[in-house]
Ligand binder design. Structure first.
Ligand code: KG4
Ligand code: ZN
Length: 340
């Protein structure tokens, strides 16, 4: 018998529901919230209200696309954290009441674990090539930047993390400084394709071990533009593509230098990227090139599993289901990863 699980994700500004049957994703519906664009970032109160509006239609659609009725589900998996508390509460409350109403088990999922385990989600009629354990994962999103050693779906060790801004935040803040809308990451990715990555140089942080820092880069980008704008009002407009290519290159160079150092030090030969920033085309290209150069097997997630989605919650829920790890109604959401 196949195990059917409904996954629910509501940690930030995407309301998503997915249905998985064993390891195969039958549907993955995502409602992205446009309401934040003009604010230059996610407004928590608006996010939770939008989740409340979206959650029932999104779940309805996910079941419909999977061609399953709610009575064919074996469990409900939901994101417990980390994320925005108001947003998490919407998914958590819905998951609890839905599981209780159906009389099926509830599974709580950590959002960061799920980004990594997205690599194990299969799509119907598509090749399945998940990473072999142990592997090293560079998890890069809007809220986190981590180098994680993954020994099994349940054994993950964080070897390094950002001490301030996340890589996605570095993209989004650089975009905001240039007057681009939120989220800036995908826009920088697109404009950078027409720019020269060597046009401008920005300093790399000096941080020990496998940790990262991106707040200094944001400040030097801000000051650099402030000085150039004093000389020429149109500096950003005239140099937008080169600025995007140069800041993108700096972020990627910082990320890969430490990540490859960790691969070298641990001797692990399989590497992967995960999280929203792993959608970045240049990061993917540089990862593949590094893999060839250093003889490492590289895993890049399918595009729909990079930014926030419920398929990753559903596959993590599946691993927990077969490991008999269930949640109870008492568990409350957590906003930060260290409160798991
Ligand atoms: O994983 P995610 O959807 O949400 C969090 O858990 O934070 O990541 C969102 C982040 C945003 O900062 C967004 O700008 C970034 O991922 N992002 C990208 C790209 N697509 C999304 N950054 C660079 N290049 C992209 N193509
Ligand atoms: Zn995420």
């Amino acid at each position: 018998m196949k195990i059917n699980i409904l996954g629910i994700e509501s940690s930030c500004d995407d309301t998503s529901a997915a249905v998985i049957s064993d390891k195969t994703i039958l549907s993955n519906v995502i409602a992205s919230q446009k309401v934040h664009e003009s604010y230059g970032g996610v407004v928590p109160e608006l996010a939770s209200r939008a989740h409340q509006q979206n959650i029932i239609p999104v779940i309805h659609e996910a079941l419909k696309r999977a061609n399953l009725s709610k009575n064919q589900l074996h469990a409900v998996a939901y994101t417990r954290g980390p994320g925005l508390l108001g947003s998490l509460l919407v998914g958590t409350s819905f998951a609890k009441s839905f599981a209780m109403g159906l009389g099926i088990p509830l599974i709580d999922v950590d959002h960061m674990d799920a980004h990594i385990l997205a690599h194990f989600a299969a799509l119907p009629d598509q090749p399945y090539d998940p990473p072999e354990f142990p592997f090293l994962c560079l998890t890069v999103s809007g809220g986190h930047t981590q180098i994680v050693r993954v020994d099994s779906p349940f054994e993950m060790t964080i070897l390094g993390r950002t001490i301030d801004d996340a890589a996605g935040e570095a993209f989004d803040k650089a975009a905001k400084i240039m007057g681009l809308p939120y989220p800036g990451g995908p826009i920088i990715d697109r404009l950078a394709k027409e720019g020269n990555p060597e046009a401008f140089k920005f300093p790399h942080p000096q941080i020990p071990d496998f940790d990262y820092s991106f707040s200094g880069l944001k400040t030097s980008f801000l000051y650099f533009l402030r000085d150039e704008l004093k000389k020429d009002d149109d500096f950003i407009e005239k140099n937008k593509n080169d600025l995007c290519a140069s800041i993108q290159k700096t972020i990627i160079d910082i990320l890969l230098k430490k990540f490859l150092k960790a691969a070298h030090k641990t001797g692990i030969k399989t590497i992967a990227i995960a999280g929203g920033v792993s959608a970045n085309s240049e990061l993917q290209k540089q990862m593949r090139a590094a893999g060839e150069k250093h003889n490492l097997k590289v895993h890049i997630p399918k595009f729909e599993f990079t930014t926030d989605n419920a398929a990753m919650i559903a596959i993590t829920g599946y691993f927990k289901y077969i490991n008999n790890e269930f949640s109870d109604m008492e568990k409350t959401p957590y906003s930060r990863s260290n409160s798991k």
